[in-house]
Design a binder for this molecule. Structure first.
Ligand SMILES: Nc1ncnc2c1ncn2[C@@H]1O[C@H](COP(=O)(O)OP(=O)(O)OP(=O)(O)O)[C@@H](O)[C@H]1O
Ligand SMILES: [Mg+2]
Length: 286
């Protein structure tokens, strides 16, 4: 924890220790199988209110599947989770009302303008008609998209599209925001822009954020704690500094920490380094 008296990025607010508050997300024994594949295999973790929590791991680790269960898109085979205090199994509708979700794949319509995309979602979320216009404008403003508001989204840069998708997901002011790979395929500057906006949302609204990422610097920059997933299980969980201390290397990079806990996949095809290499040049919109 830095000694300059400032809160570390992503640390939950509150007077007492973060873990004294009731968690925004609590996951117990969550499991999902696809045929013989145990995509998520008995995962446990809790996220404090206002915390930014990161799920890290290589392709196929089970990050998206975990998120999809937490947003009620996929029913778990075993286990239970509570989101914003509501049970996934018995209060799915309540869970859906309390969350925002930015999927790994594209979630906006390129033929519509940014304004139209948000207006569509404000109707979908059932925002009262009198609130819609103001909320859409405020959201575009907050995400730095007001000047581009009336241009078709297909003319936006990757970073602008990602910010619009985040705007879409926070229109109904969710208590917990789930982001599946928020900056995949973006250049460093655009990525920084998305990080700034996530941080602002989190700090200004006290929003809890759960994100998945392959980028260690993203986790380090945004997340208070991270869970390292490997083959459906959590290999390690803690603040980056705690994890470094755990392996006895206070100067290690998160990649080193990850390699330590998850061992083999640095050398496998489809491992962390391959993913970083291939995605660095990826373009989300062809
Ligand atoms: N709908 C599905 N049907 C069958 N298998 C699936 C399905 N969704 C995921 N899987 C499998 O479950 C495992 C976990 O996938 P998941 O998408 O959760 O991984 P991930 O960590 O998000 O990976 P990535 O970094 O590539 O996004 C993988 O082996 C994947 O092939
Ligand atoms: Mg995924």
């Amino acid at each position: 924890m830095p000694g300059d008296g400032k809160r570390p990025v992503g640390e939950p607010e509150g007077t007492g220790a973060p873990w004294e508050m009731s968690p925004a997300v609590e996951v117990r024994g969550l499991t999902k199988r696809f045929g013989d594949v145990r995509a998520v295999d008995g995962v446990d973790f809790a996220v404090a209110q206002g915390e930014c929590f990161g799920l890290l791991g290589p392709n196929g680790a089970g990050k998206s599947t975990t998120i999809k269960m937490l947003i009620t898109l996929l029913p778990p085979d075993e286990g239970e989770a509570w989101v914003a205090g509501y049970s996934l199994r018995t209060q799915a509708r309540r869970v859906r009302e309390a969350i925002g979700y930015v999927p790994q794949a594209l979630s906006v319509d390129g033929t519509l303008t940014g304004y139209e995309n948000l207006l569509l979602f404000s109707r979908l979320y059932g925002l009262p008609r009198v609130l819609r216009k103001a909320r859409v404008e405020e959201t575009l403003e907050r995400l730095g998209l007001i000047e581009a508001a009336h241009r078709p989204v297909r003319t936006y840069s990757g970073g602008m599209i990602r910010r619009l998708e985040i705007g879409q997901a926070v229109l109904n002011r969710p208590r917990v925001l789930f982001l599946d790979e928020p900056t995949v395929g973006l250049d460093p500057l655009a990525r920084q822009g998305v990080w700034d906006h996530i941080r602002r949302l989190q700090q200004e609204h006290g929003m809890t954020v759960v994100l998945t990422t392959h980028y260690m610097e993203e986790a380090e920059s945004l997340c208070y704690r991270v869970a390292m997933m490997s083959r459906g299980r959590i290999a390690a969980l803690g603040t980056p500094d705690e994890l470094r201390a755990e392996i006895g290397k206070p100067d290690a990079t998160l990649e080193d920490v990850f390699a330590h806990f998850a061992g083999a996949f640095e050398h496998e095809s489809g491992g962390m380094r391959d993913v970083l290499r291939s995605r660095r040049t990826a373009r989300r919109l062809g």
